[in-house]
Design a protein around this ligand. Structure first.
Ligand SMILES: NC(=O)c1ccc[n+]([C@@H]2O[C@H](COP(=O)([O-])OP(=O)(O)OC[C@H]3O[C@@H](n4cnc5c(N)ncnc54)[C@H](O)[C@@H]3O)[C@@H](O)[C@H]2O)c1
Length: 274
């Protein structure tokens, strides 16, 4: 898939020879980010837990002449995050950029309708992978005395019906600020891009898939809650439309690159002014 932003990126080489680990790169914003960082000269580690979509991204990158390697891993565990960083290091000898993109709300409904188990599953999906990947990559970046981490937040922190997911993304904003302050002295920058509603035309792994092959149940009024949530977001926006994965990837690439060398601890809302 290409877009004007992809094409525009073709001229820029801000990530030439940088080793970039992109989590959840099998589809959506993660896949667009892998493409963008690759078009800008990066060598890409495609991390996902779904083999087919990861293979699709890797093939797309290789077809465009980008060096890429897939690591299949469940980033809901620290062991998974450690395995990812070890495999990236074994393959390329360093990690320059980590994009913590895994996440996404599983359900959309008022908070009182969530079960205890569902709250835990939302935090497992949208907070732990970023916590674990930062914990696993920081010692590597400290040894290098350099590194750029871009986390992916969300506008859910000011929206309806995704309270446990929003709590995860609020946690990511806090993590971004704290890590930027703790690790700036080691040459490590940590920033967040917080997308607004973004259409994902290549999504093959549904959000309701809680682990490969296992689908969660939804409430009967799911579509009604979703429509209300989307309308509420639209009302808050200056640009009244949904975003594209390439628009998110452009903001992520900027923060990942040395163009943002004096920016850390920040969050860019890539959300049409929401
Ligand atoms: N799409 C939007 O409208 C939107 C809006 C705001 C924020 N975001 C954020 O952007 C990021 C990407 O969103 P998206 O819509 O492209 O996501 P998506 O659900 O389409 O894709 C997520 C990818 O992550 C992978 N994944 C999920 N859990 C994993 C795990 N434990 N280990 C390894 N891989 C795992 C999936 O297999 C999938 O390929 C998320 O953090 C999401 O919260 C998205």
């Amino acid at each position: 898939m290409t877009s004007t932003l992809d094409a525009r990126a073709a001229g820029a080489r801000r990530l030439k020879d940088k080793i970039c680990v992109v989590t959840g790169a099998g589809q959506g914003i993660g896949a667009a980010t892998a493409r963008r960082l690759g078009q800008e000269g990066g060598k890409i580690v495609v991390a996902d837990r779904v083999a087919e979509s990861a293979a699709r991204t890797e093939k797309e990158l290789r077809d465009q002449g980008v060096e890429a390697k897939t690591v299949l891993v469940d980033l809901g565990t620290f062991a998974g995050a450690q395995s990812l960083m070890t495999q990236a290091l074994d393959a390329y000898g360093r990690i320059d950029v980590l994009v913590n993109n895994v996440g996404g709300t599983i359900w959309m409904k008022p908070y009182h309708l969530y079960t205890e188990e569902e709250v835990k599953l939302e935090i497992d999906r949208s907070l732990f992978p970023t916590l674990w990947c930062c914990l696993a990559v920081l010692p590597i970046m400290m040894k290098q005395n350099a590194g750029s981490i871009v986390n992916v937040g969300s506008q859910s922190v000011r929206g309806l019906y995704r309270a446990p997911y929003a709590a995860s993304k609020g946690g990511i904003l806090a993590l971004t600020k704290v890590l930027s302050m703790e690790y700036g002295r080691h040459g490590i920058r940590v920033n967040t891009v917080s997308p607004g509603g973004t259409d994902i035309p290549d999504r093959v792994t549904p959000r309701l898939m809680i682990e490969p092959g296992v689908m969660a149940e939804d409430v009967d009024q799911a579509e009604e809650f979703r429509r209300e949530m989307v309308a509420d977001s639209r009302n808050q926006q200056a640009l009244k439309r949904r975003g594209t994965p390439e628009e998110q990837a452009a903001a992520i690439a900027f923060l990942a690159s040395d163009d943002a060398s004096f920016i850390t601890g920040e969050a860019i809302n890539c959300s049409g002014g929401q």
